[in-house]
Design a protein around this ligand. Structure first.
Ligand SMILES: [Zn+2]
Length: 239
């Protein structure tokens, strides 16, 4: 099974390629591309959060706990919360993820359970889409896509490691097929994962519609202001 180092290397290479391609070919802003590359690298560690392998696990959860409150800042700003409230909520989210999520994972998750699945990758992407409340819909899709890509890179690497080339052709380990899957062995875990997928999907669809609508309105307002600026003021006609 690939270790922490193999996973972070793989997802970093994929993330940097994804970011560079979007910057070079897609013309996306370099900062957005850098964020996406970093997110892809980080989400390559996520599926192994369910293995209790000590330090990498703690570091990964600490990292997620620190980044999510920062991503949620614009949302809190929209709610016009005071600085005090923002700091308190940010701190509470950090503690909830750092200790609550760690407790949940230690208590309920099985290694190579539903955390290691294709729907879990979609859940990660939807969560990032909802957290990253950018005004530009394209940037939101792009950044959420980076999370899914990093997650899938992890699953693919796990599957590749399960196949070893032996003297008589490829040998398949017992773990083959346990990473890239749609259903796990436990019914309740499948139900929870798919319920989460549907709930987050509905929120994301609503949110995407809102962002697209706002983007159109903003574009129209920009166009209108440009037309207004190029028209000479009425008193200039009368000279
Ligand atoms: Zn894994």
């Amino acid at each position: 099974m690939p270790g922490f180092r193999e996973h972070i290397t793989g997802s970093t290479i994929v993330g940097v390629t994804y970011g560079a391609a979007a910057w070079y070919a897609g013309g996306l802003p370099p900062l957005t591309c850098t964020l996406a590359a970093g997110l892809c690298a980080a989400s390559g560690m996520m599926p192994d959060l369910d293995s209790d392998s000590g330090r990498p696990l703690q570091e990964s959860i600490g990292f997620v706990a620190a980044v999510i409150p920062v991503m949620l800042l614009p949302r809190m700003h929209h709610l016009s919360l005071s600085l005090e409230a923002t700091i308190i909520i940010g701190g509470a989210i950090y503690l909830a993820i750092r200790f609550g999520l760690a407790w949940l994972l230690n208590t309920y998750s099985v290694h190579r359970g539903m955390f290691h699945s294709v729907p879990a990758a979609a859940v990660a992407g939807l969560a990032v889409f909802l957290a990253f409340d950018s005004f530009d819909p394209m940037r939101r899709y792009f950044v959420a896509g980076a999370a899914v890509l990093g997650y899938l890179t992890h699953l693919v690497l796990d599957e590749i490691w399960a196949v070893r080339l032996g003297l008589f052709g490829p040998k398949v380990k017992k773990s083959f097929g346990t990473a890239m899957k749609f259903l796990g062995g436990e019914a309740w875990a499948n139900i929870v994962t798919y319920l989460l997928l549907v709930a987050l999907g509905a929120c994301a669809a609503y949110d995407a519609h809102k962002t697209e609508h706002n983007a159109v309105v903003r574009q129209q307002m920009e166009q209108a202001s440009r037309v207004y600026q190029t028209q000479p003021a009425p008193w200039q006609y009368r000279r």
